[in-house]
Write a protein that binds this ligand. Structure first.
Ligand code: ARG
Length: 567
């Protein structure tokens, strides 16, 4: 329908004014008084054509008015064309839209899209700020998989580096007699914090930490065993958290894996003249002045490799083994320069790269001052989730009979975790992301509880109406109310919005849509009787209600949210 509308407009512009290669946008209008869609193309082309915008709009309006699915078209204001579709067509479009709530079959034979996110540094518990890349990355992966892409999700944890040397020193000096295997993740964190405290008094500890890491790199058996234990403690504590967040990784091949894969790359770079000797024997990459990129170090003067070196090896490995169509790496903005240097280095090495995007996310800001002032210490993600669930539980209790559930505990988990997840994923990742309990748990705002409540409400109507899911022709005979029309106009946007959010790697676009869908549904629900209306209206309204529920659930789940059947 949208394609036909654009084609018809293009054709009439070509036939009447010999205007070719014009792309015509039809915008969804904010309210039905201005049509289901409208265009301002006549205003844009007036000078070029040399006619008044209203004349041009009239020509378009007449042509569009003849399309079989158009009920009415209107010339408005200085030269807008407003178009209303037939009820039949709107309902047909809504059915198409609902079919998009089913995932496409995954095209497993195609080259994969690698989506990397979360990537915490090991030996520390997951902090609140890790949520950003974790949730946004998962949502991007979900949207791609839903669209049939062969997706490979990847957690590239920082499981290698001097922090292990420091931890080993701290354990040797201040640990108790228990084997490290028996340490909890919190105890490991305490060791890490202790190390940093002690370094303030005794700077030589730093050197000791580095030396321990060098020994680990050289293969010292005891240190290797220590490292393995620390990695496994961290990974199991991580996996419990990921489960709660509905986050899943296909692979967690991490930094340590590339240990033996860097030497050939260093040799290749030297041979190609891309890596040159900097100060005291370090190897660096220099970039042309117009790139404004500072030099990139790939080997330290003491021969040690770096984060950058491992990332080069990681890129090479992914390309050679998976032949991906694209690589998306979701990180904090602070890594932007690193990835620009990395890609520029790959290009200098003349590697053939797949489509690459460093999907950047802003910083986490806390609306609650007490959360942001605890400087230096990590705000543990687990604590945040527990607090969210606690808060959700008190809301459930406070609301009493207004909330219906057989399992308040499960509902509190869904609401609480959901509120944090959705609170993040509904914000534009290009800006800083504000953590705000009030907003996140607000029942009437753009929040998880609002979406969940709307879903449960819609489902309850569908159950009571015993709606079997497939509309009949009877749907098409009567006209819509304004609220129905607003709702159906929102329903039919789903495929386009989803595709836009996926292509731009912007999950908040989908979230905004879901919020609007809920608002439109609730306005309709509050004003138009559903179950107690005439048989034809009843059937049509049940169809709209069940369509809302389907799209809400699919869209929300893509954003890592879960929905209760009653609430
Ligand atoms: N572990 C790193 C950090 O927390 C992020 C890793 C990003 N991914 C990458 N391929 N370098 O800073």
């Amino acid at each position: 329908m949208f394609d036909e509308l654009s084609q018809c407009t293009t054709r009439v512009l070509a036939d009447t004014y010999s205007m070719t290669d014009i792309s015509v946008e039809w915008d969804v209008s904010g309210s039905v008084e201005h049509g289901d869609v409208s265009t301002s193309i006549a205003l844009r082309l007036a000078t070029k054509i040399g006619k008044s915008p209203r004349d041009i709009a009239q020509v378009i309006c007449t042509a569009i008015g003849m399309l079989p699915f158009v009920e009415r078209s209107e010339l408005a204001g200085p030269g807008f064309v407003n178009v209303w579709f037939t009820v039949k067509e709107l309902l047909r479009q809504a059915q198409i839209s609902v079919s998009y709530s089913e995932p496409m079959t995954v095209r497993t034979k195609e080259a994969p899209v690698i989506v990397e996110y979360s990537q915490p540094n090991i030996a520390k518990p997951l902090g609140a700020h890790h949520l950003l890349s974790t949730i946004i990355g998962q949502a991007i992966a979900n949207m791609h998989r839903h669209a049939g892409y062969h997706v490979l999700t990847w957690n590239y944890t920082g499981d290698w580096g001097t922090q292990f040397g420091k931890l080993a020193v701290s354990y040797r000096r201040w640990g108790d007699d228990r084997p490290v295997k028996e340490y909890s993740i919190d105890e490991l964190l305490n060791l890490y914090v202790r190390f940093h405290k002690e370094t303030e008094k005794d700077i030589s500890l730093e050197g000791e930490g580095r030396a321990a890491f060098r020994k680990l790199e050289e293969g010292d058996a005891e240190l290797r065993a220590f490292w393995r234990d620390v990695v496994s403690i961290t990974k199991s504590s991580l996996s419990a958290l990921y489960d709660r967040l509905h986050v899943h990784f296909d692979t967690d091949i991490s930094e340590s894996f590339y240990e033996g894969k860097m030497q050939p790359i260093l040799e290749e770079g030297v041979k190609k003249g891309v890596f040159t000797e900097g100060e005291e024997g370090a190897l660096i990459v220099e970039f042309p002045e117009d790139t404004h990129l500072p030099p990139y170090m790939v080997r330290k003067s003491d021969g040690a490799t770096l984060y950058a070196t491992r990332d080069l090896a990681q890129m090479r490995y992914r390309i050679d083994i998976y032949h991906p169509e694209s690589i998306l790496i979701c990180t904090d903005r602070a890594q932007e320069l690193h990835f620009r240097q990395l890609i520029a280095t790959c290009q200098k090495l003349q590697w053939v790269l797949p489509h690459f995007c460093n999907v950047l996310v802003g910083r986490m800001r806390f609306a609650d001052a007490t959360m942001s002032t605890r400087k230096g210490t990590i705000i543990r993600l687990e604590r945040i989730l527990d607090e969210a669930v606690g808060r959700a539980m008190s809301i459930i209790k406070d609301r009493g009979d207004l909330i219906q559930t057989d399992d308040p505990k499960a509902l509190a988990e869904m609401m609480g975790v959901g509120s944090v997840v959705y609170g993040i994923v509904s914000q534009n990742r290009n800006a800083d992301i504000t953590f705000d309990w009030e907003k996140f748990l607000h029942f009437d705002g753009n929040s998880a509880p609002y979406l969940q409540y709307t879903y449960a409400r819609a489902r309850s109507v569908v159950r009571k109406g015993e709606w079997n899911g497939s509309p009949t022709d009877a749907l098409e005979t009567e006209n819509f109310t304004g609220h129905e029309r607003d709702l159906v106009n929102t329903l039919i946007q789903f495929p386009r919005v989803l595709e836009e959010a996926r292509m731009e790697y912007m999950p908040h676009i989908l979230a905004q849509y879901l919020f609007l869908l809920c608002q439109r549904f609730n306005a309709f629900y509050n004003s138009d009787a559903i179950l107690r209306s005439s048989p034809i209206e009843r059937e049509r309204r049940l169809f709209l209600t069940s369509s809302t529920a389907s799209l809400l659930k699919t869209g929300g789940e893509l954003l890592c949210l879960r929905f209760p059947e009653s609430m």
